[in-house]
Design a protein around this ligand. Structure first.
Ligand code: CTP
Length: 408
């Protein structure tokens, strides 16, 4: 999913000395691909893992390693590069942030180029820590990371999995694309405002089987629902995603329930809704299913000419009494706002997101979407064509505002 907000942004990538430093090469490349200007600062230990030349080639800029650069040698020039660079940046991302670098930053040390720069920053900062499991879970490390988080640093926690040591556990640098999503959230000014909230998201199509080979489906890719789940997670929510068949991937921390048919999706929603505060029903649920499913492949000689259909139950339509904050989607081609408003009322929703299939670049399969948001109280927000991730964040902000209003 390409970002539309990183373009033109000035980003410092700080690389400290861990094996995950090699993954930061991809981070720099991906940020540059999205139109950001990237400058890299490395600790001396990071240079043991990756050569500065690699980062210089990928960013197209000089890489800072020494507090006293070569041209400053013997007092040949007077430069306050750390101040210039700090003022230049819109965002600094430290990835990987080793436990040593995290400890230094938490305590205000300025003993290398990276930590010196951090002290001079005025822009927001993201730290993506990585270490072996015991070092990562160590109480001093946790204390230092909490200190950073409490000072406004956005932490992208490491993931669990196979580690370079051969051990298994939490400590692997977060997926690069998760760090990029976090950069977009931070640059847009979104906060971890869903901390303590539980969000249920549905995504993708449902497949209604005709026989073991064929099905009735729709063109939903699941991209919008997956973007909502990712954005909600990065904003601090505990997220459960119920997804129909799709090729989209999700962060490992998000609990995913895979379903196929509308009946399975309804069962999963009914089970999960009790333990969640919000439901965002972005799935394109099939309205009809074949009345009968053939146990074996229907052969041409059997002469299948028509398929009798039965209506699927409307999942949203049965959730009125749950007392949860319920968001529906309305996919429309004509009389869009009018139809969306009618669905809001009929399905007794708190909010409906109208998706127009008329707009170029909007709807199924695209990475962009043109949406309008309608609230129960009549308030309406019409948005331009945006990346699905950005659209997801705006939907979440509308939900967060409604929840805050409801609790005051
Ligand atoms: N939906 C649902 N259960 C269904 C069908 C749809 O919960 N059996 C939900 C969708 O997930 C979406 C909302 O209802 O959030 C609107 O879906 P949409 O297909 O736009 O509307 P329908 O109610 O199916 O009406 P129509 O197809 O006639 O436009």
């Amino acid at each position: 999913m390409q970002s539309d907000i990183l373009s033109g942004k000035k980003i410092i990538v700080g690389v400290s000395g861990g094996i995950a430093a090699y993954k930061s090469c991809i981070l720099v490349r991906e940020l540059a691909k999205r139109g950001a200007s990237v400058k890299v600062v490395m600790t001396p230990s990071a240079c043991q893992f990756v050569a500065p030349l690699t980062f210089s080639s990928l960013s197209g800029n000089d890489v800072i390693v020494n507090v006293f650069p070569a041209d400053q040698k013997d007092g040949a020039s007077v430069r306050t590069w750390h101040i210039d660079m700090a003022l230049w940046a819109d965002l600094m991302i430290i990835a990987p942030a080793t436990v040593n670098t995290v400890a230094k930053i938490a305590n205000g040390f300025a003993d290398n180029a990276l930590t010196t720069l951090v002290l001079a920053l005025r822009c927001p900062m993201i730290a993506a820590p990585a270490a072996d499991v015991d070092m990562y879970e160590n109480k001093f490390t946790r204390g230092n990371l909490n200190k950073l988080e409490n000072s406004g640093v956005y932490i992208v926690e490491a993931e669990a999995g196979d580690l370079a040591s051969g051990l298994k556990g939490k400590g692997r640098l977060a997926d690069i694309f998760k760090i990029i999503d976090a950069a977009e959230i931070v640059l847009h000014g979104d906060k971890k405002d869903f901390a303590g909230r539980k969000i249920l998201v549905t995504a993708g199509p449902t497949y209604e089987d005709i026989d073991p080979v064929r099905f009735i489906g729709n063109r939903s890719s699941g991209k919008m629902g997956f973007a909502l789940a990712k954005a909600a997670f990065l904003r601090g929510a505990e997220v459960t995603l119920i997804s129909g068949p799709t090729s989209e991937t999700i962060y490992p921390e998000i609990n995913i329930v895979k379903v196929r048919s509308a009946v399975e999706m309804k069962k999963a929603v009914d089970k999960q809704i009790k333990s969640n505060d919000v439901l965002i029903m972005s799935a394109a649920v099939a309205d009809y299913k074949p009345l009968q499913k053939g146990a074996r492949k229907i052969k041409k000689v059997d002469g299948l000419k028509k398929i009798d259909l039965a209506e699927n139950e409307d999942i949203l339509g049965t959730l009125k009494s749950t007392g949860k904050f319920i968001v529906g989607f309305a996919l429309e081609t004509d009389n869009e706002l009018k139809n969306a408003a009618a669905k809001l009322k009929k399905k007794n929703l708190d909010m409906v997101v109208m998706n127009s299939l008329r707009e170029k670049g909007s709807g199924f399969e695209f990475d962009t979407n043109k949406i309008s948001i309608l609230h129960k109280n009549g308030h309406k927000k019409v948005l331009p064509l945006l990346s699905k991730f950005r659209a997801a964040n705006i939907i979440l902000t509308e939900i967060a505002n409604s929840l805050t209003k409801a609790s005051t």
